[in-house]
Design a protein around this ligand. Sequence first.
Ligand SMILES: Cc1ncc(COP(=O)(O)O)c(C=O)c1O
Length: 338
Amino acid sequence: MTRRVDLRSDTVTQPTAAMREAMAAAPVGDDGYGEDPTVNALESRVAAILAKEAAIFVPSGVMANQMAVRVLTSPGDVIVAGANQHLVDFEMGASARNSSVQFALVDDADGRLDLGRIVEIVDAEADHRAHVGAVALENTHMPSGGTPWDLADLEALAGAVERPIHLDGARLFNAVIATGTSAADFAAPATTVMVCLSKGLGAPVGSLLAGPAALMQRARVERKRLGGAMRQAGVLAAAGLIALDTMVDRLADDHARARRLADLVAAAFPESNYDPTTCRTNIVVFDHPDARTLVAELAEHGVLAGTLAARRVRLVTHVGIDDEDLGYVADVLGRRRR
Ligand SMILES: Cc1ncc(COP(=O)(O)O)c(C=O)c1O
């Protein structure tokens, strides 16, 4: 039987046995009344990790991002963001639909945003341009291949732009492990921070939005408006607590395997000019003239990859991928070359 190696995303993982046990045993209550002790514990825990006053548990990263947009902006505002960020390109136009905002896009092809350009956009308000309500960043920056931010760049941005910063930290813990910068230090320059438990940390469901207490009070109202208020959600939060306890340090393994995968990709597709040293966390993104056909070919051998565009392939390592899987991928890619 063909082996199946699923590299489409770090969201394809199964909850660990410890997560399932904790979910079964979790004390719960009605979170609508603030009475779910496990949700409350998770929210306090994440607020402490990010050194923010409060955090709110939500079903998805998109919802947390959308709540942040609602509380940081007014209709007609501009959000400055990297052109390929999730908030811009992968949320089905939700910011326009939910908050009536528009984006001013900054090139983010290599995962870095030009500070000078952001300052220019904010400055353009003086020349009859729309008000910039917020700057949105992504750490790690998924579309460039999981690029972590340098803390100094984030701090420079926060110092130069007097606007709230929203940090999409769907993979913030990958950035923490790759750089040695703490989650709290990464969060400090931002007003609001979103983190996901359901990506590299392997929980089945859940993200949190963190920030100042007064703003998070308003964000709770937005969660309700978006239909994201839950009841005995402690059964989900319990898995999130186990994810934070047991799944952060092991991200280093995913990063090491992604780097090996990056070397395999560079060797198998020299025409892609892919530089494997750009792979610093758990994501390999490379160009290929016919990405969809390549992905279909790999799938025939049980290696599941994804496309970000017609000429862009993405491979993601996670807790469900081991060294044997990588050996198998090496065989499959090696056979293509012969
Ligand atoms: C960078 C980034 N932000 C936000 C999200 C949205 O998370 P969710 O799928 O939980 O809505 C994702 C999902 O993959 C992501 O990669």
